[in-house]
Write a protein that binds this ligand. Structure first.
Ligand code: CO
Length: 216
């Protein structure tokens, strides 16, 4: 069996096992989706949300890119968020980074990539803004993982600064943001922010990832 035949066979076995547990599963989920969660995560193959959250199809609306970024110029991400907030009416948006993130590590290295360098430009700036803090850490892996955390906080701020989110809060729509980190070493998630559901909450997160002022 070649790689692709293996994938198709796995799909048959997966669909059969779900139908064995609930004969109406696909009949019901094909009618509508009503997820409570929107997930913005890294494209890394080890951090697949439905898998690490142990959720069946229909529970989580997903956007993934390199290093889980929310960029005001990214119409892909913005359209996912618009659909999630105003059509699906999700209650929670989770930004999830992870330890050992290649996108984060790339910002420390000079690589001759064309598109990745452009994409991680914001993370490069973040590493410059927090250089003194990052330099206090002993090894590269610790620095990468601290930068992953700062990046999640920064993306929560980017998310909360979007009109899509601010308008929802102004209209008293029940919507909260959450910044998490997934640890590749033990498969566990860690909550970095708690529930961020107002501009006041966002101010606290903003202070946690604000650029360090020289001499401070
Ligand atoms: Co990653």
């Amino acid at each position: 069996m070649n790689d692709l035949e293996d994938l198709l066979q796995r799909n048959i076995e997966w669909a059969t096992s779900l139908k064995d547990k609930d004969s109406q599963f696909f009949v019901n989920t094909s009618k509508q989706q009503k997820p409570k969660y929107c997930w913005i995560g890294c494209s890394d193959s080890r951090v697949s949300p439905s898998q690490i959250l142990d959720l069946p199809p229909g529970n989580i609306f997903v956007h993934r890119n390199i290093a889980n970024q929310v960029n005001v110029n990214d119409t892909n991400c913005l359209s996912v968020l618009e659909y999630a907030i105003y059509f699906l009416e999700v209650k929670h948006i989770i930004v999830c980074g992870h330890t050992g993130c290649g996108g984060i590590e790339s910002s420390f290295k000079k690589q001759s990539s064309k598109f990745i360098n452009l994409w991680i430009d914001n993370i490069l700036q973040l590493s410059i803004d927090h250089k003194r803090n990052l330099d206090t850490l002993n090894c590269g892996a610790e620095r990468f993982d601290r930068l992953s955390e700062l990046n999640v906080l920064n993306q929560i701020v980017n998310l909360g600064d979007l009109n899509l989110v601010k308008d929802a809060w102004t209209k008293n729509i029940d919507l909260s943001l959450h910044g998490w980190i997934y640890s590749l070493s033990d498969g566990l998630l860690h909550d970095l922010t708690g529930k961020v559901s107002s501009l006041n909450d966002l101010t606290i997160i903003r202070s946690l990832c604000a650029p360090q002022i020289s001499g401070e």
